[in-house]
Write a protein of this length. Structure first.
Length: 392
């Protein structure tokens, strides 16, 4: 299949095989032993042909003064709600609120273990008109598939427009079968999460930022690392369906656009000085996105000229190797299944060879997958004389 559409090729899955079940992170790292904190996960660093193993707590020493981290401020919603459709118990995963008040939703079946599996009738082509009964007497009617690519997500109209209030009263975080038990919503919030004025948020945690702590953010700032906040409210990404992302709401504020542009312009200026006897790459200045959501947001705000402009609204951008990246030079992310469309974004940042080498090292090194798992810093290969990651 062509990667230009964001559909992953099956070749990689055949070569890597399925990620062993024991490599799924079943609980947050801070629950795995005494004295562990969110930043107690591991960090794999991939750049060109090089792969290095670190602790996530070492990240401040692996970045440079002048680097800018693009972080997603979207808060995670308690987006799973118990309901009934006909005589059947279902779980509704609320994904995204549309401009017309409808919500993109996925119907799931409870599996008896506290998690869910795909719901057959909710995925049927003739599901239009299905009525779902929610708590507090709220009704939800499925109207049409969100995308012509499939019928997993449906636009559904609620009888009460205050869905955010319903989620606050009756919702819980979306949880998949590889996890061990329910967690409080606080376990799914990142240190960068900010409440939005309209109560909007992400159906699933922007998990690449989960290992950051307030103490680490302070250390990064003290070392001269900059932060550019953006917002992208991520929708439901079903564990069984490795689809390209659906359209999502995003916002890149003016201050973040200016900061990113200034950092990139400063780096180009140093390169020009290097040609006149100066030294290139001495003070960093790389744009590193924290999570695939941050990549999608900032690349959606970047023009063909590579300039980032303040933007907000909906983005349907799918970052692939064919499209490439215009702004992002590095990506901090989790580990994705070999069928995941997100791997195409990683390839767009660093190339296929770097990603393949990194994932082979992650499998051999028994890194942990999913939202409570280990992390992966993917960097573009630099010119031979550029300064490398610091070790002190």
């Amino acid at each position: 299949m062509s990667t230009a559409t964001g559909v992953p090729s099956p070749e990689r899955a055949r070569r890597w095989g399925k990620v062993p079940e024991e490599l799924s992170a079943r609980v947050p790292v801070e629950q795995r032993g005494a004295g562990l904190a969110r930043d107690s996960v591991r960090l794999l660093v991939s750049r060109g042909k090089e792969v290095a193993h670190h602790a996530f707590a070492e990240l401040p020493r692996l970045l440079r003064a002048g680097d800018v981290l693009v972080v997603n401020t979207s808060a995670t919603l308690a987006a799973a709600v118990d309901a009934t459709a006909g005589h059947a118990r279902v779980v509704v995963h609320f994904s995204t609120c549309g401009d017309d008040g409808r919500w993109a939703v996925e119907l799931r079946d409870p599996d008896g273990r506290g998690t869910t599996r795909a719901h057959a009738s909710g995925r049927a082509p003739n599901a239009a008109g299905i009525e779902v009964r929610l708590p507090d007497g709220v009704r939800l009617v499925l109207e049409e598939p969100v995308s012509p690519r499939g019928d997993r997500l449906w636009w559904a109209r609620p009888s009460d427009p205050d869905v955010v209030g319903l989620l606050a009263r009756h919702g819980r975080p979306i949880r998949y079968s590889y996890t061990e038990r329910d967690q409080p919503l606080s376990a799914y919030q990142t240190v960068f999460a900010l409440p939005s004025a309209d109560g909007a948020g992400s159906a699933e945690m922007p998990s690449a930022a989960r290992p950051f702590t307030s103490r680490m953010v302070a250390e990064l700032v003290s070392r001269g690392v900059l932060f550019a906040p953006v917002t992208l409210h991520t929708g439901v990404a079903s564990a069984e369906a490795h689809e390209p992302p659906y359209p999502e709401r995003f916002a890149v504020p003016q201050a973040s656009a200016r900061l990113i542009n200034a950092v990139r312009a400063g780096r180009r200026g140093r390169g020009a000085l290097a040609g006149k006897g100066g030294t290139a790459g001495r003070t960093g200045g790389r744009v590193i996105a924290v999570g695939t959501t941050a990549v999608r947001a900032v690349e959606s705000a970047a023009g063909a000229d590579g300039v980032v402009r303040a933007r907000q609204g909906w983005t349907d951008l799918v970052v692939t190797p064919e499209r490439g990246v215009r702004v992002v030079e590095g990506l901090l992310t989790g580990l994705h299944e070999p069928e995941a469309s997100h791997l195409l974004m990683l390839e767009a940042v660093a190339g296929r060879e770097a990603i393949d080498r990194g994932y082979e090292a992650a499998l051999a090194g028994l890194y942990l997958w999913h939202e409570f798992g280990d992390t992966h810093l993917v960097l573009q290969e630099e010119p031979p004389h550029a300064e490398r990651c610091s070790s002190n």
